[in-house]
Each structure stands twice: as structure tokens, then as C-alpha cells.
Design a protein. Structure first.
Length: 437
């Protein structure tokens, strides 16, 4: 990083560079970027961060009059949906080298370096630790407590998690433990070999998604292994802990999965944030050949299945396709610039009417929508998606909500009162497969 120009520095996670954590260097870069953004304003309607920036600049008659408090508020209102990046005309290789999401990451890292992490951030930034604590015989009690008003009020005061935010369910067992206990027989002539990055959410909270994935993959003669793995690191990166994300999460996962790629495996990920993290952030964090190798061989789940479809390797013997679906595409799939593979996958189902609810971000965005300071705002951000799902319930045959991201599913459940399925669950049901227990 030290060999690059000042304009380029904001794009990298080089915490060894003295300028990375320097507040004055950060302030200079934020003012440069904000001036460019204010002159463009293409992102005026994307998120509360830009709305606050432009509104405050107009109130003060100049973007240059924004002070340190304004800068911090802009950073706090950025929830890393990253939708501004593909919309921005000034991203690399443009000479402006504008990368707003990573600038906000750096600002968060500087703030955390100066002030430390709150108890809320420490907990939300460690899904593996929280998941292990919740898994087991105590899961049923934890789920009951999470629906108890008194307990949630206390949780809000102590941990800063809004009392009305519905939480992912705890389970008695993990997906990883279930997978290794099952000892699946591998197909003699597999059409593909997959190293599964199952994600924290599938492992601890939604193992049924992983079981549906295995049912579909077994049906299609796909070999599956589950290497040792850690959380992708996005929750840690989201709270500004760049060094831990790089060393503990990204470094470990790249080492584990690179070995399988060299044996002919591809990486498949059922949660969009994790696939985005591996594809786009690991190469930046580690700047290594192995990180780039892993990124190049990583697929979102629907992306991988549609690849098999193009190669005539995906079975289309759907016996029980649903009549009507309403699909929401998560932000962290949109910014991967691969098209809408989940929508294409669902539209393979014969006789199924699939509506695309293209009405913006869900508003949860990792841990941001869990916090008491932003919960109400998260519902406002996700109001378009919520209303779209509600409208899709009209007629004689209400549409089944579908979303790849479990947090989007939480928001749909909270705002519209509807249970959401992952696309792979829909495909498994359409095949008429029995779900593993």
C-alpha cells in the first residue's frame, strides 16, 4: 500500500501502512470521495448514507462544510449493501479510483481503533461463537426466550439489539455435524465435485437449507465434501476488524479450500454475503495467488446449478412444481454482476409463475438492521420489498416468497408475516425429493 498513490490507498486493506489508521489521512480521502459523489449524485436514492450526505451538503451550502460528526454519521448509515459500487461511474480503473463501500470500511476500522468495539458489535461480529453457544439441548429454551418481551427488553438494553427484531432460530444440531454423521456415499461418476462453504447461517440457524442442498446434489450425482471452515469474516469486517478478518477468517478459509480446488473441486456457497466475501474481499484482503484461485472457483448456489444446466448436467425431472413464487434478489447477489441466476433457476420449473419482486434492498444488511438505532430505518429501507411480497399474495393462489439470503427472509417474515424459502428448498420440493432429517 505504501508504494501506491494517495488516491489508490483507499482501495486496499493494508493495516501495516501507517496511513491506514491515520485520522487525518482518512479525513482527506473522505473529503475527496464525498466531493466526487456530491457532484454526481447517481446514488441519491440507494441508502440513508447518501441521503444524509447530500441533504446535509445542501443544508450547509457546500460539501466541504461537512464536519467530523457528519462524516461519522455517513459511515454509520452505510450498511454495506454495496449497490453503489456497480452504479458508480468512477470505480477502478477510472482515475478517480472511487470505492465508497471500502472507504466506509476503512472509516469504521479507524473509529473502532480509536474507540474499541461495543458489546453489541463483539457479539454480532462472532456468529460462530454465538452459534455454538445456542446449539444443543438449550436451543428450544433460547428460542422461547427470544420471543419473550421481558427478555428482549433486557437484550436491547444490554446488547443493543432491538426488541422487535425477529432473530434466526437456534437448533439442537449443526448442519456440519449432520453432514459428517450421514457419511453420504459419493457418486461413482459425478457430474461435478463441490467443496461446500455452508455458511454460519446454514450451519447453526437454517440447517434445512443445507439438507435441501444435499438432496438436490445427490439427485444430480454431484460429489460433495465439507472442508474445515470458519465464518467468512463479513461480520468482523462489518465492525471494522480488518486484521482479524484477514488473518483468522480469510487466511484460514483460503488455505483449506485452495487444497480442494487443486484436486478438481469448485466451491459452492448457499448464502450470498459469504460468496460475495470470498469472491471480492478475500483477494483484496490477502493479495495472494491462493486467494485469487479460491475466488475464481467460487460459485453462488444458483449460479453453480445454472452452470450445470448450460452444460446439460442438471436434471429437469420436476414432479411437483409450485404454482406461484415471488422472488427477491439480495443485494449481495446483485453486486456479483452475474445476472439473476436464481430467477433463471426458478423459471425452469414447468407451469410455475415466478414474479420478480425488484423493489430494492431488504434493509437488514448483515447486523445493521438488528441494532436498536437502525431497526426502524431498516424496515423503511425494506418497505418496497415488503409491499411487493404482500401484493404477491393477491388472487386465488398466493405466491410463496423466495430469497437466497436468510436475513432477507427474516425481514419478509417481520414486515409481511410470510415464511420465506431458499431457492434450493423450492427446487428440492419441485423434484419431489424427501428432505433428510
Amino acid at each position: 500500500m505504501s508504494e501506491l498513490t494517495g488516491v489508490e490507498k483507499s482501495l486496499f486493506y493494508d493495516t501495516s501502512d501507517p496511513d491506514f489508521y491515520d485520522p487525518a489521512a482518512l479525513d482527506k480521502e473522505m473529503r475527496r470521495i464525498f466531493t466526487i459523489c456530491n457532484g454526481c449524485r447517481l446514488c441519491f436514492n440507494l441508502c440513508p448514507s447518501f441521503k444524509y450526505m447530500f441533504h446535509t451538503a445542501d443544508e450547509k451550502d457546500s460539501i466541504e462544510k461537512l464536519d467530523a460528526g457528519d462524516h461519522q454519521q455517513i459511515e454509520k448509515l452505510c450498511y454495506q449493501c454495496k449497490l453503489c459500487y456497480p452504479k458508480c461511474p468512477y470505480t477502478p480503473p477510472h482515475e478517480y479510483h472511487l470505492d465508497f463501500p471500502r472507504l466506509m470500511m476503512r472509516a469504521r476500522a479507524v473509529r473502532m481503533k480509536e474507540n474499541g468495539h461495543s458489546l453489541s458489535d463483539k457479539m454480532l461480529g462472532n456468529p460462530d461463537t454465538v452459534g455454538r453457544m445456542q446449539t444443543g439441548l438449550q436451543a428450544r429454551m433460547i428460542n422461547r426466550m427470544n420471543r419473550n418481551h421481558l427478555h428482549r427488553t433486557l437484550m436491547e438494553k444490554v446488547l443493543g439489539i432491538h426488541r422487535d427484531r425477529n432473530l434466526p432460530p437456534a437448533n439442537r444440531g449443526t448442519f456440519a455435524r449432520w453432514f459428517h454423521k450421514k457419511r453420504f456415499a459419493q457418486p461413482e461418476e459425478p457430474v461435478a465435485k463441490v467443496a461446500l462453504f455452508y455458511s454460519c447461517l446454514v450451519n447453526y440457524n437454517y440447517p434445512e437449507v443445507g439438507r435441501a442442498l444435499m438432496a438436490v446434489f445427490q439427485h444430480n450425482n454431484i460429489e460433495v465434501v465439507c472442508p474445515s471452515q470458519r465464518c467468512c469474516g463479513m461480520p468482523k469486517l462489518d465492525i471494522g476488524d480488518v486484521q482479524n478478518t484477514r488473518d483468522y477468517h480469510a487466511g484460514y478459509n483460503v488455505k483449506q479450500f485452495a487444497a480442494y480446488i487443486r484436486q478438481g473441486y469448485d466451491i459452492v456457497v448457499p448464502e450470498p454475503t459469504c460468496s460475495m466475501m470470498i469472491k471480492t474481499e478475500y483477494p483484496q484482503l490477502l493479495d495472494s495467488e491462493d486467494a485469487r484461485l479460491v475466488a475464481d472457483h467460487t460459485y453462488d448456489l444458483a449460479e453453480f446449478l445454472m452452470k450445470l444446466k448450460r452444460e446439460n448436467k442438471l436434471k429437469l425431472d420436476f414432479k411437483e412444481p409450485p404454482p406461484r413464487l415471488a422472488y427477491h434478489q439480495p443485494c449481495h447477489l446483485k453486486i456479483q454482476n452475474m445476472g439473476n441466476r436464481s430467477l433463471e433457476l426458478l423459471r425452469l420449473l414447468p407451469g410455475t409463475k415466478v414474479e420478480f419482486i425488484n423493489k430494492g434492498c431488504c434493509g437488514v444488511d448483515g447486523t445493521w438492521g438488528f441494532k436498536k438505532d437502525y431497526f426502524e430505518m431498516s424496515l423503511q429501507v425494506g418497505s418496497g420489498m415488503i409491499s411487493g411480497m404482500q401484493e404477491a399474495q393477491s388472487g386465488d393462489m398466493p405466491a410463496q416468497p423466495v430469497a437466497d439470503c436468510s436475513f432477507c427472509g427474516l425481514q419478509i417474515e417481520k414486515g409481511a408475516g410470510l415464511k420465506t424459502l431458499h431457492p434450493i428448498e423450492v427446487i428440492a420440493l419441485a423434484y419431489g425429493l424427501e428432505m433428510y432429517d
